[in-house]
Design a protein around this ligand. Structure first.
Ligand SMILES: [Zn+2]
Ligand SMILES: [Zn+2]
Length: 103
């Protein structure tokens, strides 16, 4: 399987995101926006939706953050681990802000 590991510009906040080695980053470290491109396996790029996904919830599990994302278009949810360079301190506030997309 081909591993896709490129840098990209966040479509939501415009931040340029460099792919960290050995990870398959799919969300922005600043605003946590991602695109709905993965199917059931993170990194598989199997979905054709392509809309924005935003974090709606998170929990701390074994001292690791698990973030729950939801697609603004089709409502698909998936969980993702945080990445080391995520600005995790902003996450609770961002989740509160993104609630408006899911009303
Ligand atoms: Zn962003
Ligand atoms: Zn979707």
């Amino acid at each position: 399987m081909k591993k896709i590991n490129e840098s990209f510009v966040c479509i939501h906040c415009g931040e340029e995101i460099m792919q960290a080695a050995k990870t398959c980053r799919n969300h922005c470290p600043k605003c946590f926006c991602s695109l709905h491109v993965d199917g059931d396996i993170p990194g598989d790029r199997a979905a054709w939706c392509g809309e924005k996904m935003f974090p709606i919830d998170y929990k701390l599990l074994n001292s690791d953050y698990k973030i729950l994302f939801q697609c603004t278009k089709c409502g698909k949810q998936h969980r993702n681990k945080r990445s080391v360079d995520d600005e995790i301190i902003n996450l609770p506030q961002l989740i509160a802000e993104y609630k408006k997309y899911f009303m």
